[in-house]
Ligand binder design. Structure first.
Ligand SMILES: C[S@@+](CC[C@H](N)C(=O)[O-])C[C@H]1O[C@@H](n2cnc3c(N)ncnc32)[C@H](O)[C@@H]1O
Length: 202
């Protein structure tokens, strides 16, 4: 059951992104090629079913659609209605759902891949949420945790330094993934992108 503190945290997340939805894409106009390159690394095939978890304004959706083709399924899901409203510009490329990665309206094992850009650090219950993503992904399916800027560069943009307890740091992420049904296979954290790829354990 969702606890009051988690509900409050989700409400804060929605409020934070609702205020930024209108000009989200204008703030980061040059990120497209980084999304394209990251999605190419997933090796998606035509006809596959991919979830963009926390799709926001839908920046990844055109690249995900191109990867799975007209016979594939692209589902964009986001907690913040205002972000999702901006994503309707990509309605031709994806189904859009207002929802929470903690409670996905999807059957067990149906997904081939999950793409989550800028998502993991906003999750109130990362462990439970990664378990939920594992539940809906088939054994051998993929999870891509991406950011179009590396951790150190992102922290610097916000006037901070990265700390050892950062969930996205490899020594923290690897055991977190292992305990939630995933095996970390590739980890990249450079100035121009962050990409952790994991495989759904059988
Ligand atoms: C940093 S933004 C990234 C948006 C988009 N993926 C991109 O790359 O531009 C994080 C997004 O995750 C969404 N989000 C945060 N927590 C979520 C949750 N529990 N379930 C679904 N979406 C969530 C937010 O509403 C926001 O749109």
């Amino acid at each position: 059951m969702t606890q009051p503190t988690e509900r409050a945290e989700r409400a804060r997340t929605r409020e934070f992104f609702a205020a930024r939805a209108a000009d989200w894409d204008e703030r980061f106009p040059d990120d497209g090629p980084r999304y394209a390159a990251a999605i190419a690394e997933l090796g998606l095939r035509p006809g596959q079913f991919v979830l963009d978890a926390g799709c926001g304004t839908g920046r990844a959706l055109p690249y995900l659609r191109a990867a799975v083709g007209a016979d594939g399924v692209v589902l964009g899901l986001d907690l913040t209605p205002e972000m999702l409203r901006q994503a309707t510009a990509h309605r031709a490329e994806a189904e859009l759902v207002n929802g929470d990665v903690g409670r996905l309206p999807l059957r067990d094992g149906g997904l081939d891949a999950v793409f989550g850009a800028g998502l993991i650090s906003h999750l109130p219950e990362p462990s439970a949420n990664l378990c939920e993503l594992a539940r809906v992904t088939r054994p051998g399916g993929l999870l891509a945790l991406f950011h179009p800027i590396g951790r150190a560069a992102l922290a610097a943009r916000h006037g901070r330094e990265i700390t050892p307890d950062d969930l996205r740091a490899e020594p923290n992420l690897r055991p977190l993934l292992a305990s939630t049904g995933w095996r970390l296979t590739t980890y990249t954290d450079t100035d121009d992108h962050y990409l952790a790829l994991a495989t759904r354990l059988g």
